[in-house]
Design a protein around this ligand. Sequence first.
Ligand code: SF4
Length: 607
Amino acid sequence: MAITKTKFINYIRCPRYASLDNIKKDKLDSIVTIEEYKEEEKQYQLEEILGNMFDENGKDLIDVTNDHLETMLPYYNEVELLAGHLAPKYFNGTFKYSKQTYNQESFDCLINNIRYICYVDIYNENEEGFNIIEAKATTTKKYLELGTKENSIFQKDEKGIYRLLEDLNLKIEDYMPVETYEKQRAKLFDKYTGPGHYVYDLAVQRYIIENDLKQNNDKRKVKYYLAVLNCKYIFDGTYENDMPKYNEINGEDIISYIDMTSVTESMMDKIMLDAKRVEDYVNDLYANPVPLGPHCEYKKVTKCKYCKICWNVLPKKHSILCYMDNHHGFTKEGVKYSTFDLINEGKVGMLDIDESYMTREKNKIQRKALETNTPYMNKQKIIDGIKQIQYPIYHLDFETFPCPLPRYSGEKPYTQSVFQFSLHIEKEPGKCDKEKDHYGYLAIDHKDHREELIKMMCDLIKEGTVLVYNDSFEKSRIKELSEIFTDYKSRLLKINSQIFDLMNIVKTRSKMYEELGYDKEEAKMINYYNPAMDGSYSIKKVLPIFSNLTYQGMEVANGVEAMVTYARFPKMNKLDYEHKYQKLVEYCQQDTYAMYKVLEGLKKAIK
Ligand code: SF4
């Protein structure tokens, strides 16, 4: 056993992790086989991929099981291979990369009796030295968004590789104010943010490689790159042997390379200190609870695997984390407290936080609702909201597969590819049968069925209100489809114009209520809150308040399971496929019937 890159990233979280990991100190200078290394990395990579898939989905990312993760593994491997195939177009020299683990380059060093080890995704040797290229199943979006609306802090060089403006010797002021540049660049150094996460990973890699070279008196020059999916790449629908062929399109390749040499260089002192801390942690093996904080990454896909142990100090229901916008912290007598400060002080339940800590009106509402066990309701706003809905109502919901690699023409990496819709038609108020008034479409396999789906949806939806829950998701999907299937453009855009978000009524929508004559403050204030919601307006939390309908016990019971079930279609035997297909239909049907039930419940509540 040695300290691998993945272990390093986990051990540095806090002093307790190493002890919970039950490491054997005397084995810390031994070698790790690549198979062991890869097994360790797999979980890490798959969490990455799922984190990216749910970046903008807007659906609850609930507990992800190993089974879910395994389904996504082939997609991760494919990204790694593509990054290797394309590398010779951007870099000179010889390349070493492979899905076959034995063929990867490795580095290791021994520091204070601890062996550090890493394998590299793509090793590229050239006349000056070598390049380390780490493939990540994320996209350039995270990096190109750093900067202003017009310009990123990264620009392409003459070869098409993204580099920082300063590394290209470009005048920063020509692109953005220097202050903005520095602020945006600083995000690369925060390992708990999207872009910083991968940079830290590469910097740990660099630390191990540099020490290996030093210990072997190797003076070669090394450069460090990330290889990520290109968010500007639009697949043109070319296939070879039924597999998508990702040719260069409009000057864009499916993979982009980003030079992180200077960024990781400026992180070396920090990583050295981190390595010292890791060393202390494994020597001390401190087992007692330590303060909780961002290092736990609680509620993220990348959360520490010991959250179950350390976070059990929080009550399962009505914890401080149920306060809306708690990530902005709380304030008492002008002093700001982060949620972690309060948790570590023992204020773990909602009622442990005195009203004097609250500057947000909605938090006061939440507290009072819980204390008095009485739901909060702004009746008039709910009445006025419901009046905006016209019959017939088309309760609509999509299920999507955000595949890292685009599968069909017009898609980009991680496009939320729609494979299912469910529709309940409520012709008159209160008249909607779960079975008889249900319509829907579910793709039978992984072939491109989008046009059939669009056609069916367009044929079913006539005049009236299209009711969705959290409209940005459905609206974005319909807009994307309208741009790809231009024959249906006007019909799809018409559907978009009919969309009304049920969450506008349950929660609120400032713009709509201001237009209805409410003042700014009242317009932005929540309309409804029940303590059972525990701070969440997701349909899964809202439904049980208004109905006996439940997702509990359903074989497909949430968005992640729906996506994974669909992803597994090609691997299922006939019997299993038919069974799961039906379960997927039932799940999506439940989502739209849930909207009908919530609306009915709201109507009853205002009577
Ligand atoms: S859950 Fe947090 S405190 Fe516990 S081991 Fe993990 S990082 Fe450390």
